[in-house]
Design a protein around this ligand. Structure first.
Ligand code: MG7
Length: 313
């Protein structure tokens, strides 16, 4: 990545994709401002792994968007494969998805315009899950049969974070219990991994009765969303004193995940999974590196390896 940047670095911005080879994997990347990416990478290198933290989205960022032409389910999608749902429940969730996903990714609406719709989606979906009487006892099995897939290279990604002592905050508007179960399913047990998300609350019989507050949705995923909670925002998200952040996401809302954290340098990697033509320009403006229809974690891994070469560690 560094070599490519040094070779192709120009002062004028470019939205043209470049191909970067990582071992056997070729990735198409857009780095509109290559000089800025190069400078950020050089700073990450000089800070080394001790200065770095990863803040990442989960659904369709750590997990794949699609595999063999099949859409990989999000954590909400996995909940919706709960075996005891009725045909009406399925229809209800499908209709919600069709209506609100189009709004979530609509390039012609602002975040402010989308916000009330997103709150409505999450609330209606969570209420229906409570009504359906989701049982804690089937969580593991529901995840096991869901067909969820992580991006290629996930094993190495989590191994390297653990080896280098780099904390990883998984910040998700999905469902935290499902994400934790997915981590268990793939035997990912890093001590420095924290999941901040919507967690399920159960009654004494292990039946879902609600979700944790504050609700986290696509457009309030940031440290400051916790400011009004009883515990301080920093306690809730387990803020670290790391100065450098590698931020990974697949929606524009993800860019704000690090807002309010202590870092002074944030390198952003965006996965553009869907509707590439419509959305590339916006992504290229906002993310340092945009990965186009990429199923791997090669780029984040390259960034981590770059940081691993530097610093005092
Ligand atoms: N997402 C958000 N909600 C739902 C839901 O009720 N069902 C499904 N299938 N997906 C949902 O991890 C966050 C992502 O999950 C999706 C309420 C959204 O697309 C969101 O970006």
């Amino acid at each position: 990545l560094l070599r490519l940047l040094e070779q192709t670095c120009r002062d004028e911005p470019s939205e043209l994709p470049v191909v970067c080879q990582f071992g056997d994997t070729k990735c198409r990347l857009v780095m509109k401002n290559r000089r800025r990416v190069l400078e950020k990478l050089q700073s990450l290198m000089s800070g080394g792994p001790d200065a770095l933290e990863v803040i990442t989205d989960f659904d369709h960022t750590l997990s794949k968007f699609s595999e063999n032409g099949r859409r990989v389910p999000s954590s909400h999608g996995i909940m919706e494969s709960y075996p005891d749902l009725s045909a009406e429940d399925h229809k209800y969730f499908r209709e919600l998805y069709t209506k609100y996903y189009a709004i979530e990714i609509c390039p012609d609406m602002s975040d402010e315009e989308k916000l009330p719709h997103m709150i409505e989606w999450w609330t209606r979906s969570h209420d229906r899950m409570v009504l359906a009487g989701f049982q804690k006892s089937v969580l593991a099995q529901t995840v096991d049969v869901s067909g969820v897939a992580l991006r290629d290279g996930w094993h190495q990604f989590f191994d390297r974070l653990e080896e280098l002592g780099i904390p990883c905050l998984i910040f998700s508007a999905g469902i935290g219990d499902i994400i934790q179960e997915i981590l268990v399913h793939f035997d990912i047990r890093g001590k420095l991994i924290r999941v901040v998300s919507n967690f399920m609350l159960y009654n004494e019989k292990g039946v879902l009765r609600g979700f944790s507050e504050p609700l986290i949705h696509t457009f309030n995923k940031r440290f400051s969303a916790f400011a009004s909670s009883e515990a301080s925002a920093n306690d809730l998200v387990g803020a670290t004193d790391r100065r450098h952040v590698l931020l990974m996401g697949d929606t524009m809302g993800d860019l704000r995940m690090s807002e309010g954290c202590n870092a002074d340098l944030v390198l952003t990697v965006g996965y553009l999974n869907d509707r590439v033509q419509d959305r590339l320009s916006g992504y290229a403006d906002k993310f340092d590196i945009v990965c186009l229809e990429d199923h791997s974690l090669c780029v984040p891994l390259a960034v981590i390896e770059a940081a691993a070469t530097g610093g005092t560690a």
